[in-house]
Design a protein around this ligand. Structure first.
Ligand code: XIL
Length: 300
C-alpha cells in the first residue's frame, strides 16, 4: 500500500490525524490529509468550550465542519472530548459540586445526541490521572464532585449513544513502570469487574525527552487489552521525529491484536501544537514526507 491509511487497513486498523477546522481551506493541508488518513480527530472543535460556550447553548458549527469533511471524504471520526479539566468554558470553570456534576451530564447528553450514531470512538474522559508517583486522580473541579465522576460520565455516554465505543484517554500512561499507568490500569480493571461501560483506552503518546518512548509500551498495550478493552494510539507525536522511534511505536500497535489504530496529532510539522521547530510529525512544513513517514509506512 502507498498511503498510511491503506497500509493500516491491510491489518484491519486505521491511521488517523488531528484535523483543525481552520485549516480546511488550505489545499496543501487537505490534499495530504485526505490522501493519507482514514480516521479524523477534531483537534479542538468537539471540546467543551467549543461545543457549549454558554451553559445549555450548544454550538456544533466547527465540530460539524470537521465531521462533514471527514465523512464526505470517506473517513471515520474519533470524538474528542466530553469531560476534561482543560478547555472548559468559563461558566463551567466556576461551577462545583452537584451543579457541576449536572452540567457534565447535560454536556455529555447534548453533544452525544447531536452526533448520535456518527462517531466511531468517543474520548469520554480525558486526562483524569495525576502526573508523578501517586498513581491517583488529578485534582480538578470534576474530581472534587466525587470520585465516581468518571464512571458517571461513562454510564451517561453509553445511554446517550450505544453505538459509539467509549474510551478513556490520557498521556504519560505508555510506560508500564509509571505510577500513572498503573493508576489508569487499576481503574479500567475495576470498571470491567463492576460492569462500568468502557470499551477502549487511548494512549496519547506525546513523546519527548521527559516522557521518552520506552519499548515496554508494547507490554502496556498488551496488559490493557487483556482487561478486555481496545487500545489505540490517539495523539502521537515524537519530538525530534526519530524514524526508528516511529517504527517501534507502529510495531508495538501491530503486535497487539486489540490495538485498533494510530492517530498522529497533526499533518505537517507546521500544524503541530508543539511548534514546527520540534519536528514531531510525519510531514515537514512544506508537506514533504519525512524519514519517519517512510519508516511508519514500511512497518505497517
Ligand atoms: C491541544 C491542541 O492541539 C491545541 O491546538 C490546543 O491549543 C490545546 O490542546 N492532550 C489532548 C489534546 O488531549 O486535546 C491537546 O490538544 C494536546 C494534549
Amino acid at each position: 500500500a502507498s498511503t498510511l491509511g491503506a497500509a493500516a487497513a491491510q491489518s484491519g486498523r486505521y491511521f488517523g490525524t488531528a484535523i483543525a477546522a481552520g485549516k480546511l481551506g488550505d489545499s496543501a493541508y487537505t490534499t495530504i490529509a485526505n490522501r493519507e488518513f482514514n480516521m479524523v480527530t477534531p483537534e479542538n472543535e468537539m471540546k467543551i468550550d467549543a461545543t457549549e460556550p454558554n451553559r445549555n447553548q450548544f454550538n456544533f458549527t466547527n465540530g460539524d465542519r470537521v465531521y462533514n469533511w471527514a465523512v464526505q471524504n470517506g473517513k471515520r471520526v474519533r470524538g474528542h472530548t466530553l469531560a476534561w479539566h482543560n478547555q472548559q468554558p468559563g461558566w463551567m470553570q466556576s461551577l462545583s459540586g452537584s451543579d457541576l456534576r449536572s452540567a457534565m451530564i447535560n454536556h455529555i447528553n447534548g453533544v452525544m445526541a447531536h452526533y448520535k450514531g456518527k462517531i466511531a470512538y468517543w474520548d469520554v474522559v480525558n486526562e483524569a490521572y495525576a502526573d508523578g508517583n501517586s498513581g491517583g486522580r488529578r485534582d480538578s473541579n470534576l474530581q472534587r464532585t466525587g470520585n465516581d465522576w468518571i464512571e458517571v460520565a461513562f454510564r451517561t455516554a453509553r445511554a446517550a449513544d450505544p453505538a459509539a465505543k467509549l474510551c478513556y484517554n490520557d498521556y504519560n500512561i505508555e510506560n508500564w513502570t509509571w505510577a500513572k499507568t498503573q493508576g489508569v490500569y487499576n481503574m479500567v480493571k475495576d470498571f470491567k469487574s463492576r460492569g462500568v461501560p468502557i470499551d477502549c483506552v487511548g494512549f496519547q503518546s506525546h513523546f519527548n525527552s521527559n516522557s521518552a518512548y520506552n519499548s515496554n509500551f508494547r507490554t502496556t498495550l498488551q496488559n490493557f487489552a487483556a482487561l478486555g478493552v481496545d487500545v489505540a494510539i490517539t495523539e502521537l507525536d515524537v519530538q525530534g521525529g526519530s524514524a526508528s522511534t516511529y517504527a517501534s511505536i507502529t510495531n508495538d500497535c501491530l503486535a497487539v491484536s486489540r490495538c485498533v489504530g494510530i492517530t498522529v496529532w497533526g499533518v505537517r510539522d507546521s500544524d503541530s501544537w508543539l511548534g514546527a521547530n520540534t519536528s514531531p510529525l510525519l510531514f515537514d512544513s512544506s508537506g514533504n514526507k519525512k524519514a519517519a513517514y517512510t519508516s511508519v509506512l514500511n512497518a505497517l
